[in-house]
Design a protein around this ligand. Structure first.
Ligand SMILES: NC(=O)c1ccc[n+]([C@@H]2O[C@H](COP(=O)([O-])OP(=O)(O)OC[C@H]3O[C@@H](n4cnc5c(N)ncnc54)[C@H](OP(=O)(O)O)[C@@H]3O)[C@@H](O)[C@H]2O)c1
Length: 414
């Protein structure tokens, strides 16, 4: 009891009664979240019962939903001429409770992707992996292909992509692998890739958002966005939007977003607590490559959480992963200092096969079927940073990303 009291969770009559400092709110699309005013954090689970809920049904007659300038939803009662932040439907909520994994942890930081898939037959499964021509993405692709899946390597450079396909075929000539062009720094290319994939008329069971750039010098993409933000986050966001219908039709389907522990060393809100676009896609004079990468990796987790919230009712789940620290892939290539640091760390870091393990685990583990909105490291669920857990930040990032896509569509005209 003392521990409960210390945590601000004193015993009250009802399990549903909120502890002091907590407030129940809803998002635009009716999901309930909980705001802790003392710690300034939000979460999906009820602080006492751990349950997730969403409101059922429409607003009562005469009520309307609006959004204030900080993105918070409020409600207008036109009949009684009053406004409130309290959703009148909160009295009629339904539970949305994915069962948490209960099995003992089978794998750890030493496990490899091939070990995780040992004995599995993935024939019939279709997998897309972005940035699969090198590093962790390549090992992920190879592991799936050697277990029978049809794997599409989505690569920006076709000659590197085809070379990766050949390397897999050399290991097993019957592997079903193919490279397709996808440049995440170009929304046009993402659209083109999605159209080309859809024209194949195949399902999509696993989508791995793996590609990233790190330590890149400042540069704007053809869509006028800072390249780290676009490649690591927005390009993947757009890809998932375009493939959402295929994922839904292929359910149960899983998305895995490859993030990093470096998401912990940053935030993406300004001093007033609002999501700040200029932090995400900064001008040249405010750009620091490392910070841009960390922010994009925070976006990866927020995106995965929000995606899971939106699509899990339709059989598509999403989890984010940290593959490992300072693994010697090609990620360090942008500056010789990074190359030196990664070389020095190399004897102590994971192999690429070990780096691919957590991604493969999240994409295939039977005990994770239907479960998402989590963050994994070393094949084990772990809490991401407080900022990465924020339901409000996740919803705001989603809206901002949608806005950027709309802006681009508007520029291109009908
Ligand atoms: N290595 C680590 O220590 C580490 C640690 C934490 C997290 N991670 C994460 O792990 C993931 C994989 O990284 P990695 O270490 O395997 O690095 P990597 O070997 O550099 O792989 C990155 C891949 O992304 C591709 N890519 C880059 N820009 C692209 C674009 N515009 N469009 C499409 N693809 C693009 C690269 O293609 P090209 O070959 O054509 O450039 C490459 O295939 C990344 O999300 C990274 O953030 C890595």
């Amino acid at each position: 009891m003392a521990a409960l009291k210390y945590a601000g969770l004193e015993d009250t009559d009802s399990e549903e009664e909120l502890p002091p400092g907590w407030e129940e709110r809803t998002t635009k699309d009716g999901w309930v979240y909980y705001a802790n005013h003392l710690e300034e954090k939000t979460q999906w689970e009820h602080p006492k019962s751990g349950r997730r809920k969403r409101v059922a049904g429409d607003l009562p007659y005469g009520w309307e939903q609006e959004t204030d300038e900080s993105g918070q939803v409020y409600f207008v009662d036109h009949i009684n001429k009053r406004t409130t932040y309290l959703d009148p439907r909160l009295a009629f909520t339904v539970e949305d409770n994915p069962v948490k994994p209960t099995t003992r942890q089978k794998y750890d930081g030493n496990s490899t992707a091939m070990e995780i898939l040992q004995g599995r037959d993935l024939s019939g499964k279709v997998v897309i992996i972005t940035g699969a021509n090198s590093g962790i993405g390549f090992e992920t692709a190879k592991s799936f292909a050697l277990h029978g899946a049809y794997v599409i390597l989505a690569c920006r450079n076709m000659s590197r992509g085809n070379d990766a396909v050949q390397r897999i075929l050399m290991e097993w000539h019957k592997a079903k692998v193919e490279a397709m062009t996808l440049d995440l720094a170009s929304l046009h290319s993402v659209q083109h890739f999605a159209e080309a994939f859809k024209s194949k008329n195949v399902p999509l069971h696993i989508l791995i958002c793996n590609a990233a750039i790190f330590g890149a010098p400042w540069c704007l993409t053809e869509d006028d966005l800072e390249s780290t933000f676009q490649v690591n986050h927005l390009g993947h966001f757009y890809l998932v939007q375009l493939l959402e219908d295929v994922l839904r039709h292929s359910s149960p389907a899983r998305v895995v977003v490859v993030s990093s522990e470096s998401h912990r060393f940053t935030e993406i809100k300004d001093s007033s607590g609002k999501l700040d676009f200029s932090l995400l896609s900064p001008p040249k004079k405010e750009y620091w490559a490392m910070l841009a990468y960390n922010r994009s990796k925070l976006c990866n987790i927020l995106f995965s959480n929000e995606l899971n919230r939106r699509l899990s009712p339709h059989g598509v789940t999403s989890n984010a992963v940290h593959p490992g620290n300072m693994m010697y892939s090609s990620i360090h290539r942008n500056w010789w200092v990074y190359t030196l640091l990664f070389t020095l760390a190399r004897p102590f870091t994971k192999s690429m096969q070990q780096g691919a393990a957590t991604t493969v685990y999240c994409a295939t583990a039977p005990e994770l079927e239907g479960l998402g909105g989590m963050y994994f490291n070393n094949c084990c669920r772990c809490p991401p940073s407080r900022e990465a857990q924020s339901a409000v930040a996740a919803a705001a990032l989603w809206e901002l990303s949608e806005g950027l896509l709309r802006r681009r569509a508007g520029r291109r005209g009908p």
